[in-house]
Design a protein around this ligand. Structure first.
Ligand code: PMT
Length: 346
């Protein structure tokens, strides 16, 4: 994110930019989902995943994009489901999704796992039957079983966005619905959100023509949406944001700066090249009071009554997904957040 002063506040952004056409429909779906989870006594996590686009034209041919395949979000969603959370999976259209991510078209095309049996049953022609290659069953079966169980339990609700505008309106609306859950909701904001956008009022109607030589576009800064999320939309929610950097030497200080600025509960710092096997969780010491925090250490040079602490997670031997440990740690922490809420009410 840039440190420039934003030209749009969150309030002026939502007042001047158009809301997505299917917003009300999406929010009705979320409202019903939340009511079911409250009835079933489940905690809910909102996982955002994938990158947002910034269109340059109303009839969009060109757009800017943010890096994210959606691996972090889709993988984490599966672990949250395993722990009994209900998940709202808000993701960039066509980015990876829980369960189907194991068979993505580029890394594991599912057609490669199918075969046409050479020995059809009586009366069947070979072209009417498809089989799974036996060697793929040990990998596919547990994934399919978990997928079916989640479908039956109704614990997963999916929403899609494409543009940064879709994302911002959805995040605001969904968080307002989720605020009914008080401290029983977690936000796991792994999406990569554009920092700059072109206001709809200045956007070209049709494809920008190339005949005029160089193209200069002045973009406005996207308002920092974590601020109203924390202060207004979901004041009791347990909020985890991600900080992506490419220079490891500034990762910790940027994560601390985000916590300081927005006042939420956890920032997870990840370096672009190390993100699959190393992350750092940064939090306020005071929020760790009610959990076992032996893995957390003070950040050097910290002063003041409310110190920030760090917890480096590294992929363990024999494990393939660091998200398993990220989710375990956050769930412990979320439980502590709930206990602190109860204690303050008593
Ligand atoms: O999907 P993968 O390929 O697995 O990659 C995962 C990931 C590297 C994208 C993910 O782990 C990650 O780091 N996501 C956050 C990347 C990012 O956009 O960082 P940022 O510095 O732009 O934003 C940091 C936080 O500020 C975000 O939580 C975001 O919600 C928030 N933000 C961003 C823009 C904005 N206008 N307002 C905000 O409040």
């Amino acid at each position: 994110m840039s440190d420039n002063q934003p030209t749009f506040s969150a309030e002026s952004y939502f007042r001047t930019q158009p809301s997505p056409p299917n917003l009300e429909h999406d929010l009705t779906g979320v409202r019903n989902f939340v009511s079911r989870q409250i009835a079933e006594n489940r905690k809910v996590v909102l996982v955002t995943s994938g990158g947002t686009t910034v269109p340059l034209e109303h009839n969009v041919v060109r757009f800017l994009d943010n890096f994210s395949a959606g691996t972090r979000g889709a993988t984490s969603a599966e672990y949250f489901l395993e722990h009994g959370y209900a998940v709202i999976f808000m993701h960039r259209q066509f980015s990876l999704q829980p369960f189907s991510r194991h068979y993505s078209h580029s890394t594991n095309p599912f057609l490669d796992f199918l075969e046409i049996p050479s020995d059809p049953k009586d009366g069947e022609s070979p072209s009417e039957t498809i089989a799974i290659q036996p060697a793929t069953v040990p990998h596919l079966l547990p994934i399919l079983a978990k997928y079916r169980a989640v479908q039956q339990s109704g614990a997963l609700h999916t929403l899609t966005f494409v543009t940064v505008n879709d994302y911002l309106f959805l995040l605001r609306g969904v968080s307002q619905e989720l605020s009914r859950l008080g401290r029983d909701v977690m936000y796991y904001l792994a999406a990569a959100v554009s920092d700059f956008f072109l206001p709809t009022q200045r956007m070209s109607e049709h494809k920008i023509q190339s005949g005029k030589g160089t193209l200069n576009i002045e973009m406005d800064q996207v308002p920092k949406i974590l601020k109203p999320l924390v202060d207004e939309w979901t004041p009791e929610g347990f909020i985890v944001s991600f900080k992506l950097e490419t220079d490891p030497s500034i990762l910790l200080s940027k994560a601390e700066a985000a916590l300081e600025r927005y006042g939420h509960q956890v920032v997870i710092g990840n370096d672009l090249n190390r993100r699959k096997f190393e992350v750092v969780l940064v939090a306020r010491e005071s929020v760790l009071k009610s959990i076992d925090s032996t893995n957390w250490t003070e950040i050097e040079g910290e002063t003041g009554p409310d110190k920030f602490v760090q917890n480096w997670l590294r992929l363990r031997e024999g494990k393939t997904e660091i998200e398993e440990d990220i989710v375990n740690e956050l769930i412990r922490y979320h439980e502590g957040w709930g206990r602190m809420g109860k204690a303050s009410r008593n």
